[in-house]
Design a protein around this ligand. Structure first.
Ligand code: TRP
Length: 340
């Protein structure tokens, strides 16, 4: 038992936590404008980052536990097998940075591996959902007394822009869950170049990337039997209803996921089941849908090993380590910045 004095001296979870936030107005303005742009375009689309509000982030957590969604558990296995080896790539001083941290559940494997040989660790999670960021940070701070957190709520580029003001020591950047696959292939290169810019030669980037494979594995992963993925995708319309006073009837739309083998990507849509006009009051906009008309909501690109090599090289990285699961479904890659 700790006595009172010792308790006072021990930093509390709150003392070890800093939140860096962007203004709320900047956030919601973007949502309104981006919804208007996407739903007045032809073909219609919505940006996938808006899938992850508080509700959507919860549903995505559920997706990660689905039997069909092999990505999360496969990546977790690979990380569990190699966490110590990854931790050994760094000296005593290291900070862990995670882009799109969500619940940060796989991150724990790395936190624990890093703490096995270090007395403290700074963790910088970056996420677009404030609620999931606060929730996961609180849980980590309570579980690991040696961890200090500087959380950034915002988009990836906001996080990257602030990073070097927060972290001065060598860092391990994490980009898990094949989130890189949600960029177009050219965008993925540009994004990795941006990451490269904030890295020194001692830093490493760990990226989880889903591999090309047969549609019989891929399509169920994005359209599960319990309909969680459908609810996740439809939540985007519910969010427009909540935040922009939209009038979407969710029963009038259906989630659809197809693999485009040539492009090497899963494509996600919300299809209108009938002719309908949907008012969105805050935008003073009526959106018309014909029967069968689709809103494109996300792509999830899959990579071959050759494509991963080319991607890394194009962005100025060399692949220092690469691990796959036994079924060659998923890859975890340690990228090292090549001299500029
Ligand atoms: N980053 C995840 C992926 O591409 C996101 C995701 C999973 C997703 N299932 C989805 C996005 C369904 C839209 C619809 O694997």
């Amino acid at each position: 038992m700790l006595d009172r004095e010792a308790q006072k001296a021990m930093p509390t979870a709150r003392d070890r936590y800093t939140l860096l936030a962007q203004s709320h107005e900047a956030f919601s303005d973007n949502f309104a404008n981006d919804v208007r742009t996407g739903l007045t375009a032809s073909p219609k689309y919505l940006l996938c980052r808006y899938l992850y509000d508080a509700q959507g982030s919860k549903l995505f957590e559920e997706i990660c536990h689905l039997p069909e969604y092999y990505l999360t558990r496969t990546e977790r296995h690979i990380l569990a097998d190699h966490a110590d080896e990854i931790a050994q790539l760094f000296g005593e001083e290291v900070a862990l940075v995670e882009l799109g941290s969500g619940s940060a559940s796989k991150t724990r494997l790395l936190i624990e591996a890093l703490l096995r040989h270090r007395s403290k660790l700074r963790f910088v999670p970056v996420d677009i959902s404030l609620s999931i960021l606060e929730e996961s940070s609180q849980a980590l701070l309570e579980q690991y007394r040696e961890v200090e957190i500087a959380a950034i709520v915002g988009q990836f580029h906001d996080g990257l822009a602030r990073l070097n003001k927060i972290v001065a020591c060598p860092k391990l950047l994490l980009f898990l869950g094949s989130s890189l696959g949600n960029f177009e292939r050219q965008e993925a290169i540009r994004f990795l170049e941006l990451v490269h810019e904030v890295m020194t030669e001692k830093d490493r980037l760990l990226i989880g990337i889903d591999l090309r494979k047969h549609p019989s594995i891929l399509e169920p992963a994005y359209d599960d039997a319990q309909g969680v993925t459908a609810r996740f995708n439809l939540n985007l319309l519910a969010r427009i209803n909540r935040e922009l006073e939209g009038n979407f009837n969710l029963a009038g739309f259906r989630h659809r996921a197809v693999y485009n083998a040539e492009a090497g990507r899963m494509e996600m849509y919300l299809d209108s089941l009938c002719d309908q006009t949907v008012p969105i009051h805050r935008l003073a906009l009526d959106v018309h849908f014909t029967e069968g008309e689709a809103i494109h909501t996300e792509n999830s690109y899959k990579y071959s090993l050759a494509e991963i090599g080319a991607l890394a090289e194009a962005a100025g990285f060399g692949i220092e380590r690469q691990w796959l699961d036994a079924e060659k479904r998923f890859s975890v890659n340690i990228c090292r910045p090549l001299p500029k």
